[in-house]
Write a new protein. Structure first.
Length: 222
């Protein structure tokens, strides 16, 4: 598929279309999808237990990972939320726990205030959209791509999305960072060179464990 001449404008139009599509879904639909997605995450990613896990506070009807986050904390994980530090700079992940001091961050999204900085071993990343090749379309600031590109080793990258966020392509560019998995209410898809591959929970668990081991995770935290 040929890249549009004005990619920035094309992506802006795609975002508007996808956000309108999400907004048109009902709270009951999103609650049912969320339950299914959490089930796939729990069964397919036991490798998350004990890792430092980055997640996002749900915004405008995004997938809400917080029930899983509470489980992971009970299983020994430390968890963190991203904060915008400066324009066109990587995000900083700060540890979160129930009752942690919070402030209103970018777009009014809550972020921890004054809590320890954590470098995530795994990230649960909500997109505006995702494509058949495993790339995500964000809100346009480029913060997540900058952040992920700066991390070495790479964290385990899990895109959590509704099926209605699927598009044929986002026309990926060199600055875009592909995911390792895309999880929707329909199931788990592993990202491969040829595109998304549907896998069951057992195969996902094995694949995720191999990725975590190959990247030397969990990393040593300060």
């Amino acid at each position: 598929m040929e890249t549009p001449a004005d990619l920035k404008q094309w992506r802006k139009e795609q975002r508007a279309m996808l956000l309108a599509r999400r907004a048109a879904s009902t709270p009951a639909e999103r609650a049912a999808w969320n339950e299914a997605i959490l089930g796939w995450l729990e069964s397919g990613f036991p490798a998350l237990r004990g890792l430092a896990v980055g997640f996002c506070w749900p915004y405008k009807g995004e997938v809400d990972p917080r029930p899983l986050i509470h489980q992971l904390r009970a299983q020994g994980s430390r968890v963190a939320l991203p904060a915008v530090i400066a324009k066109q700079q990587p995000l900083e992940f700060r540890e979160w726990w129930p009752g942690a001091p919070m402030k209103s961050g970018a777009l009014g999204i809550p972020s921890p205030e004054g809590t320890p900085v954590l470098v995530p071993d795994a990230v649960l990343v909500p997109p505006v959209g995702f494509c058949e090749q495993g790339w995500r379309l964000g809100y346009g600031g480029g913060y997540f791509d900058l952040t992920l590109a700066a991390l070495s080793p790479q964290p385990l990258k899990i895109c959590i999305a509704h099926e209605l966020a699927r598009v044929p392509t986002i026309h990926p560019q060199p600055y875009d960072v592909p995911m390792d998995f895309v999880v929707t209410e329909a199931g788990i898809q592993a990202v491969e060179t040829g595109g998304l591959l549907r896998v069951d929970a057992a195969a996902c668990a094995q694949r995720a464990a191999r990725i975590v081991a190959a990247r030397g995770l969990p990393r040593r935290q300060a």
